[in-house]
Design a protein around this ligand. Structure first.
Ligand SMILES: Nc1ncnc2c1ncn2[C@@H]1O[C@H](COP(=O)(O)OP(=O)(O)OP(=O)(O)O)[C@@H](O)[C@H]1O
Ligand SMILES: [Mg+2]
Length: 232
């Protein structure tokens, strides 16, 4: 396939996705009928006020959560359709193979070195054939001088870059990042933004980013604004 054809390929297709939470008699539509196509190699930013459904939506798209209704196709494969979905085992495989996840909290293991933290997914999952070389990743992320350090010896920005390396070691197609700079100052946030931009441009990684940070959302090719669980 040519590069252009690959880029045009739809990797995520959401149709009328809804996630309804019930609190007593009250219903909260956290995600209220969202339809969205994400193409390979895109960089999307999700913005919107607190409580507008960004985390709920990105968790649905990343198969970390199941919708109340609607459909989701990942890489052409139906994952949820109406109320039916894949089995938990199949979902786990999709999560491992397709997605890398980065969160506001870094979730590094304090007793392990940087290198060991990056290799952590392989302690739980079989190493895939197409796994990334962890040293190449750490170099790409500017961490090659830190590989024997422990998380407590790193800056916040470095910790988040370790978490990004760990998310990428399975060679995912899509990186999901929910407020990855929420705990970082503006300089470190810019560095993370640069790293995400480079991964997208140079490595062709599809990136879905949730952020409150205007500077960060500007590096995305497309911005999706949510209000009350809907695309506004
Ligand atoms: N597990 C849950 N149970 C009940 N309601 C929930 C749950 N998770 C989220 N909600 C509600 O769904 C709505 C959307 O929440 P969500 O966390 O997706 O917003 P957000 O845009 O990520 O907000 P923030 O910017 O503060 O992270 C909110 O009204 C929230 O209170
Ligand atoms: Mg959120």
């Amino acid at each position: 396939m040519t590069r252009r054809a690959r880029q045009a390929e739809v990797v995520l297709e959401a149709r009328n996705l809804k996630k309804i939470y019930r609190r007593g008699n009250e219903e909260v539509a956290a995600v209220d009928g969202i339809s969205l196509d994400v193409r390979r190699g895109e960089f999307l930013a999700f913005v919107g006020p607190s409580g507008s459904g960004k985390t709920t939506l990105i968790n649905l798209l990343g198969c970390l959560d199941q919708p109340t209704s609607g459909s989701l196709t990942v890489g052409g494969r139906p994952v949820f359709d109406g109320r039916r979905g894949l089995s938990e085992g199949e979902l786990t495989r999709v999560r491992r193979r397709v997605f890398g996840y980065v969160f506001q909290k870094f979730y590094l293991v304090p007793t392990l070195t940087v290198y060991e933290n990056v290799l952590l997914p392989f302690a739980f999952f079989k190493k895939p054939e197409a796994a990334e070389d962890p040293l190449r990743l750490l170099k790409f992320l500017g961490l090659d001088k830190r590989i024997r350090h422990r998380p407590a010896e790193l800056s916040g920005g470095e910790m988040q870059r370790v978490a990004i390396a760990r998310a990428l070691v399975n060679k995912p197609e899509i990186l999901l990042a929910d407020e990855p700079t929420g705990n970082l100052d503006s300089k470190r946030s810019r560095e993370i933004g640069q790293v995400l931009g480079e991964l997208n441009r140079k490595e062709g990684l599809t990136v879905l980013l949730v952020t409150h940070n205007k500077d960060l959302s500007r590096i995305a090719q497309r911005t999706v604004t949510l209000v009350d669980g809907k695309i506004s």
